[in-house]
Write a protein that binds this ligand. Structure first.
Ligand code: SF4
Length: 362
C-alpha cells in the first residue's frame, strides 16, 4: 500500500521517471487505484476572464504584452457573461470552472471586487470555482475564500533552477509565497507546470520535488505540454513526445498519490490512445472547451465521445472537499487593505525573451 510522503528527493524522482515504461505504468496505475476511482475523470472548464496585455515575460505565454502574437486582448468579463459561460460548461459535464486573468498580481479595487462576485455567482451554481489571477496577498486569499473559492491555481511552471531561463520578472520564491498565502485559508491549492520548454529531466524532477515536499501536497497538479505559439520566445521548441507526457503523469501520480493530476495544455496534439495511456498512468482531470485560455483544445463533444469509448465518467463536484460557503459582499469580515507587497523583480536577463520582444517591436 502506497502512502503519501513529503520527503521525496530529486534522485528518487528521477529514478521513478526513468523506470522501464511497463514498470512505471504498472506502479502508477496501482497507486492510482489505491486512492482514486480509475474510471472517474474530472472535467473542468477554463475561462479567460481577462486576456492579454500582461506585463510579465513568461517565455511560453502568448498573453505577455511584450511579444507579438495574434492574441486578441479583452477587458475583464462581466459577471453575467461569466455566469452564462459557467451554465454552459455545467450543461456539458464540467464540475469546475477555472477563471484566469492575465495579471502579474491581484490589485485591490473594483476589478478584484468583480472577480469576487464571479466567485460567489459560480459557487451558487453548485460548481467548484477556481481562479488563477497571479500573485496574491494573504488578505486577498482570505477574501476569495470568503466569496466561496474552492481552489486557487498558481503553477510553479518548472524547477527553481530552470525558472530563471523562463521568467525574469518574478522569482520562484514569489510563487511559493502565494501558495503559502492560499494555504492559510481553506481554499485548495492547484499547482503544476509545463514540460517541453527546453528543460532537462532533472528540472522536471526538481519541479515535482518542490510540489511533493509541500505539506500538505497540492490537491491538484496540472501537467501541461508546451503549446509553442508563434511570436513567443519558445516558438521553436519541439513538440513534447507522448511518452514524455505519460512518464511525467505517471511520476506525478506516484509521488503525489492523493492529488488530482490534470492533463492540461497540449491535448490537441495527443491521440485518444495517448490520452488513454495518460489516464491509465494516473491523470484524472482534463480541461474541456475549445480553448485553453488562448490556445486550442479539443471540442467538448469529442471529449465526451472519448469518455464513452473508454467508459469514463465525469466527476461530480465537491467529492474531494465540501462546498465552501459564500459570504455576501455586505457581510464580509475582510476589507481591502490596498497593500502593495514587494514581489521580487529578480533583474536577470533571458536572451530569448529579449530577442522575442525586440522582434515584436520591429
Ligand atoms: S503566464 Fe500569466 S503571468 Fe505569465 S505572461 Fe502569461 S498571463 Fe502573464
Amino acid at each position: 500500500m502506497s502512502v503519501s510522503r513529503n520527503d521525496w528527493t530529486k534522485d528518487e524522482i528521477i529514478a521513478i521517471y526513468n523506470k522501464p515504461m511497463m514498470d512505471l505504468l504498472f506502479e502508477a496505475a496501482t497507486v492510482h487505484r489505491q486512492f482514486h476511482d480509475p474510471n472517474v475523470v474530472q472535467v473542468s472548464t477554463l475561462l479567460s476572464i481577462k486576456t492579454g496585455g500582461c506585463p510579465e515575460d513568461c517565455g511560453y505565454c502568448p498573453q505577455a504584452a511584450r511579444y507579438h502574437t495574434d492574441i486578441e486582448g479583452n477587458d475583464l468579463m462581466t459577471v453575467s457573461h461569466v455566469k452564462a459561460q459557467a451554465l454552459r460548461a455545467k450543461a456539458s459535464g464540467s464540475s469546475r470552472v477555472c477563471m484566469g486573468a492575465a495579471w502579474r498580481n491581484v490589485k485591490d479595487g473594483p476589478e478584484f471586487d468583480q472577480v469576487l462576485e464571479m466567485v460567489r455567482t459560480i459557487n451558487k451554481l453548485d460548481m467548484e470555482v477556481c481562479c488563477t489571477l497571479g500573485m496574491l496577498t494573504e488578505n486577498q486569499a482570505q477574501r476569495l475564500a470568503e466569496a466561496g473559492l474552492y481552489a486557487y491555481n498558481h503553477n510553479l511552471d518548472t524547477s527553481e533552477e530552470y525558472y530563471k531561463e523562463v521568467i525574469s520578472t518574478r522569482g520562484f520564491e514569489d510563487r511559493l509565497q502565494t501558495i503559502e498565502n492560499v494555504r492559510k485559508t481553506n481554499v485548495t491549492v492547484c499547482s503544476g507546470g509545463i514540460i517541453g520548454m527546453g528543460e532537462s529531466i532533472e528540472d522536471r524532477a526538481g519541479m515535482l520535488v518542490a510540489l511533493a515536499t509541500l505539506n500538505p501536497q497540492p490537491e491538484s497538479v496540472p501537467i501541461n505540454a508546451l503549446v509553442a505559439v508563434e511570436g513567443t520566445p519558445m516558438e521553436d521548441e519541439k513538440p513534447v513526445e507522448i511518452w514524455e507526457m505519460i512518464r511525467m503523469v505517471a511520476t506525478t501520480r506516484i509521488v503525489m498519490p492523493q492529488t488530482q493530476v490534470r492533463l492540461s495544455a497540449g491535448r490537441m496534439s495527443m491521440s485518444r490512445e495517448g490520452q488513454a495511456m495518460c489516464f491509465f498512468a494516473g491523470a484524472n482531470s482534463i480541461f474541456a472547451g475549445d480553448k485553453l485560455l488562448t490556445t486550442p483544445n479539443p471540442d467538448v463533444n469529442d471529449d465526451m465521445k472519448m469518455f464513452d469509448m473508454l467508459g469514463l465518467i465525469p466527476q461530480k463536484p465537491f467529492v474531494k472537499a465540501a462546498q465552501p460557503e459564500t459570504v455576501e459582499a455586505e457581510q464580509s469580515k475582510f476589507s481591502a487593505l490596498g497593500e502593495k507587497p514587494k514581489w521580487t523583480r529578480p533583474g536577470h536577463t533571458i536572451e530569448r525573451n529579449i530577442e522575442a520582444s525586440q522582434k515584436s517591436k520591429v
